[in-house]
Design a protein around this ligand. Structure first.
Ligand code: GLY
Length: 264
């Protein structure tokens, strides 16, 4: 596995998807523009909803970005787990009615195993329980063994915001080894591939989208954590200077008291 830094991972990701014909986008601001359903941008796809529904068009029908996000729904996990942050960057590749599951899955695999050189044996995936198409691509085209592909229900493998484009998804996990006793820390989710097929309306109805889309979200800080072999995202290069400053101001040494670590 390559020991890349955070800026290198971001650049390699964007370059990789540019080489697959994607338009490189800048991160949108954290404050949503014209979206009453969100207080803050919480996913790479959130500022792109109008492109998924076809209301707006870009110069290309595929794009890639590293989007600044704040995910308030996860806030109770921040400080407790090794992988949740309030503010983070989400790497994403998006298809607006262009490519679909096959490309999204095989490119994700290519990026992880060939560009980042992750060990194939340490990767496993989940798919939505009814999604035979995604299962077959992982099983027959990528060549994952059946025990590395888990089928899960709507709660785990259907991705949606309050309103807007949504659909079944497939998550990719990296096995960090038996020393992590919490399964979610051991099998760390690094990438979510969403097969956007519906538009969730304000009244809760799911309307079928005219063209199926792709929306993926890969955690930049989590990937950095794995590549650098750190136990927690907080021990990676973007967080350590902040933690050191807090230590200096508070006189508290991070890592000595679980409760106080949460506050840090
Ligand atoms: N939109 C994909 C994700 O946030 O996981």
């Amino acid at each position: 596995m390559r020991r890349l830094g955070l800026n290198e991972i971001r650049e390699e990701y964007l370059e990789f998807f540019e080489s697959k014909g994607h338009l490189r986008l800048k991160s949108y601001p954290l404050i949503p523009n014209n979206d009453k359903s969100l207080l803050l941008i919480n996913a790479g796809m959130a500022p792109l909803k109008d492109y998924f529904t076809g209301v707006k068009k870009m110069s290309k029908n595929r794009a890639t970005s590293s989007q600044k996000c704040i995910r308030t729904a996860d806030i109770d996990n921040v400080g407790k787990t090794q992988r949740h942050g309030t503010f983070f960057e989400m790497l994403g590749n998006f298809s607006f009615g262009d490519y679909f599951k096959r490309e999204a899955i095989t490119w994700a695999w290519e990026f992880l195993t060939e560009k980042l050189e992750m060990d194939k044996n340490l990767l496993s995936v989940t798919v939505y329980e009814e999604d035979d198409e995604a299962y077959d691509i992982w099983r027959n085209e990528v060549g994952l063994s059946a025990e590395k592909i888990q089928r899960l229900g709507k709660e785990d493998n259907f991705w949606e915001l309050e309103v807007g484009p949504c659909g079944p998804c497939s998550e990719i996990m990296y096995d960090r080894g038996e020393k992590y006793t919490n399964p979610d820390d051991r099998f760390m989710e690094i990438w979510n591939l969403v097969f956007t097929q519906f538009n969730k309306m304000e009244d809760g109805r799911y309307e079928k989208l005219q063209n199926p889309n792709i929306d993926t979200g890969m955690g930049l800080e989590r990937t950095n954590c794995i590549l650098q072999g750190k136990t927690s995202v907080y021990l990676t290069e973007v967080f350590t200077p902040i933690i050191e400053k807090i230590e200096e101001l508070s006189g508290y040494k991070y890592g000595t008291d679980g409760e106080k670590d949460k506050s840090v």
